[in-house]
Ligand binder design. Structure first.
Ligand SMILES: CC(C)(COP(=O)(O)OP(=O)(O)OC[C@H]1O[C@@H](n2cnc3c(N)ncnc32)[C@H](O)[C@@H]1OP(=O)(O)O)[C@@H](O)C(=O)NCCC(=O)NCCS
Length: 175
């Protein structure tokens, strides 16, 4: 890749390119309906794209959620992807880190993700988050349910995660 890659919040004009990126990055998992609904919802959704020239080469979403009891706010990270042609150039990491920096606006200190601990561990995510996800995650995926506290504490918290409608689809959690 010769062109510089910039990060910016996505716009409506990006939606089609973002969907194309997901179809290619996740050929065995259809995340397009989730991404489409989150991008339409907009409120409580942070969506960043990585752009190289005219091409969208990466994307990440953070969704604002709450934990019950108590109702405090936290962020759910995902999905995340980069185009095959630009992988291992730090674009995925830049998207994750740029998103984390934006989260102060939500006054949340905690971020959760369901993903490969080998990847998310590099950002400080810790495995086996005890906050209950919307559906019980199979034991062999338990380490993939991770948390990161932006204040540096290692206290994982307790309670039950309450997600907005796009995240309530069962197959996003246990398939
Ligand atoms: C995961 C993904 C977003 C990383 O994007 P990227 O732009 O290559 O990210 P970075 O350049 O910051 O990081 C690349 C590193 O992550 C590693 N990596 C990628 N996927 C990984 C995974 N599932 N588990 C562990 N490490 C992984 C790469 O081997 C590479 O390692 P290196 O730094 O030692 O070379 C990209 O590979 C992708 O879109 N994958 C398909 C979709 C996906 O699985 N997304 C969710 C991740 S759980």
């Amino acid at each position: 890749m010769t062109e510089e890659t910039d990060l910016r919040p996505s716009t409506e004009a990006d939606i089609q390119s973002i969907e194309t990126l997901y179809r290619s990055a996740f050929p065995e998992e259809d995340l397009v309906p989730l991404v489409r609904q989150l991008l339409r919802a907009r409120d409580g959704v942070l969506s960043l794209v990585a752009v190289s020239g005219d091409d969208i080469v990466g994307h990440v979403i953070y969704t604002r959620c709450t934990v019950e009891p108590g109702g405090h706010t936290l962020a759910l990270l995902g999905p995340l992807c980069s185009a095959r042609s630009v992988r291992k150039q730090g674009i995925g990491s830049r998207l994750v880190r740029a998103g984390l920096e934006h989260l102060a606006a939500w006054q949340t200190v905690q971020v959760l993700v369901l993903g490969d601990p080998e990847y998310y561990g590099r950002f400080g995510f810790m495995p086996r988050c005890p906050i209950a996800p919307p559906y019980e995650i199979p034991e062999d995926w338990a380490a993939a349910w991770q948390f990161l506290n932006l204040d540096g504490s290692k206290v994982p918290g307790t309670g039950r995660l309450v997600v907005p409608p796009p995240w309530q689809e069962r197959t996003l959690w246990i398939d």
